[in-house]
Design a protein around this ligand. Structure first.
Ligand code: PEP
Ligand code: MG
Length: 563
């Protein structure tokens, strides 16, 4: 038995035989041809591109039919690659210049393109190398006449093991056959990982030693919660897995029992349990896990995996679709939170020394006001189709909040001028992610309808600990008194002005903190949909009064007490 570790990319545990995807299924041979034959190679290349485009078109249609618009958008990026005249010209030039076979020209040209992207600093652009490799494999498959699916040989439930999985292959994974997957490269924010989480397939990525240790057919235990892969698990681990599986089934049954139960404490305080989502199709998970509302729609997901900014109509359609799918459940949409670790290749945000302290979120939007108001207009219009609220991210103080609200008023005026219908009583909130906002919450409260505490950022800024840096993660402590006092300070300011406080950072979904957060005065908790039943179960057994006493008396303590 051997233990490998990687990044936990999608939760869940699974046990099964490895199905190794061989990356270079068809080693490409270089053939020198006569110049007439070389001409014919161009035609072969064009035919293969057409077939690949047809196949990609079918995949896009299937994803759209399944309501997976975002996933379809990812694959559309590959269609654009196929349509790129520059790429075809380069393949033609290679065939002509060297009188070589189309396979060789495709292989070389695509390899050069991929290498160019792999060198880039930007994570998103580096990920594009993956798309290029995917399209290359597809075109080569059609050139050699074989099926383009690398998963064609997968006939029994297995754990897929690969150097990397491309987004289009991932989107085609059959959940009945793919128990989970492990890759040697990748990141938590790659399209592949995002797709795995959406599809509920356990996954571990960036496992360096994977390919040198796992052979085709090897028995694996893969734990997507911990980012661990055990090779040839022994009987002890097998029975552990069996216990974990049984516990998961039991938990799902118990979750089902409380799905429709209202989230109230034993002394009658209702706490709204909401979901964090990022695309219209995620609305299904809100219903599935019994979420009362959406406390955070991360709108930047709509802006990713594209080559240009979504226009007002596209955004309006996405927000409206989500509101309609939520079927009357309220939704808070956070305006574009780009920058920091999230970049868009079509926006020229310069490389920064400290991107988390730099030009991100509301700072970007207030500098690029047209982009900002386009989003605001789309949201105002979608508000006619469901109870949507707007939330501004990364507000550091009153001036910023008032400037953002001015833009909202302007967006309303623009819609008035166009005679377009919109939600006139749009509720407006802000995220409390920066200590300066928490410390001045009493000044901000009169100007908002609600606060939502973003602990992911609030903790990193309060303790000065980079949330992305493993080396200092031991300092990332939600129990730090400074963090707890800031949360209480925000709740107190809001209470004085009759406003409510929610939380949408990861802490909101941690059942170990439910009592503390309720005690501090948070009345809405927004989390990954699957966490909702876990938090609800804890909540149903709590007394809000007792939680309050415990939390408030602890705030003056010299050491953290909520362990
Ligand atoms: C947060 O900072 O807690 C938050 C919810 O925003 P994000 O994780 O998207 O930065
Ligand atoms: Mg944040």
């Amino acid at each position: 038995m051997k233990r490998l570790t990687g990044i936990p990319a999608s939760p869940g545990a699974t046990l099964g035989k490895a199905f190794r995807l061989e990356e270079n299924r068809s080693a490409v041979e270089k053939k020198h041809l006569s110049s007439e034959r070389a001409e014919r190679e161009k035609e072969r290349f064009k035919a293969a591109v057409n077939k690949a485009a047809e196949q990609i078109g079918a995949i896009i249609k299937k994803l759209q039919d399944d309501g997976l618009e975002n996933e379809a958008g990812i694959i559309e990026g590959q269609m654009m690659l196929l349509d790129d005249p520059q790429l075809s010209d380069d393949v033609f030039r290679q065939i002509e210049a060297e009188s070589v076979n189309a396979e060789w020209a495709v292989s070389e040209t695509f390899r050069n393109y991929a290498a160019m992207f792999e060198q880039m600093d930007d994570d998103y652009l580096r990920e594009r190398a993956n798309d290029i490799a995917d399209v290359k494999q597809r075109v080569l498959g059609f050139l050699s006449g074989e099926s383009a699916s690398p998963l064609a040989g997968l006939t029994e439930p297995s754990v897929v093991v690969a150097h990397d999985l491309t987004p289009s292959v991932t989107s085609q994974l059959d959940k009945k056959l793919v128990l989970g997957f492990a890759t040697a490269t990748g990141s938590k924010t790659s399209h592949t990982s995002i797709l795995a989480r959406t599809m509920g397939i356990p996954a571990v990525v960036a496992c360096n030693e994977l390919l040198s240790n796992v052979k085709h057919g090897t028995e694996l235990f893969l734990d997507g919660d911990e980012g661990v892969i055990m090779i040839e698990p022994d009987d002890v681990l097998r029975s552990l897995y069996e216990e974990k599986r049984k516990a998961t089934v039991k938990e799902a049954e118990k979750n089902e029992e409380i799905r429709g139960v209202k989230a109230v404490t034993t002394d009658g305080t209702h706490i709204e349990l909401a979901a964090n989502i990022g695309r219209p199709s995620d609305a299904a998970y809100v219903h599935e896990h019994g979420g009362e509302s959406v406390g955070l729609f991360r709108s930047e997901f709509l802006f990713m995996d594209r080559s240009s900014m979504p226009n007002e109509e596209e955004q309006f359609a996405a927000y409206r679709e989500t509101a309609e799918k939520l079927d009357g459940k309220p939704m808070i949409v956070r305006t574009l939170d780009i920058g920091g670790d999230k970049s868009l290749d079509y926006l020229s945000i310069p490389h920064e020394m400290n991107p988390f302290l730099g030009w991100r979120a509301i700072r970007y939007c207030l500098a690029e006001k047209d982009t900002f108001r386009t989003q605001l207009r789309a949201l105002l219009r979608a508000g006619v189709y469901g109870p949507i609220s707007i939330m501004f991210p990364m507000i550091s103080g009153l001036d910023e909040l008032l400037a953002a609200k001015d833009q909202l008023l302007l967006a309303m005026r623009e819609l008035d001028e166009r005679g377009v219908e919109y939600r006139k009583d749009m509720k407006v909130g802000i995220m409390i992610e920066i200590p300066s906002a928490a410390l001045t919450a009493d000044l901000l409260a009169p100007h908002v309808d609600f606060f939502s505490i973003g602990t992911n950022d609030l903790i990193q800024y309060t303790i000065a600990v980079d949330r992305m840096n493993e080396k200092v993660s031991y300092l990332y402590n939600p129990n730090h008194l400074a963090v707890l006092r800031l949360i209480r300070m925000v709740c107190e300011a809001a209470e004085k002005h009759g406003k409510w406080v929610g939380m949408c950072g990861e802490l909101a979904g941690d059942p170990a903190f439910t009592e503390t957060l309720i005690g501090l005065g948070v009345t809405e908790l927004s989390m990954s949909p699957a966490q909702i039943p876990k938090v609800k179960r804890v909540l149903l057994g709590l007394s809000a009064q007792a939680a309050k006493q415990k939390a408030l008396s602890s705030l003056g303590c010299p050491a953290p007490v909520f362990r």
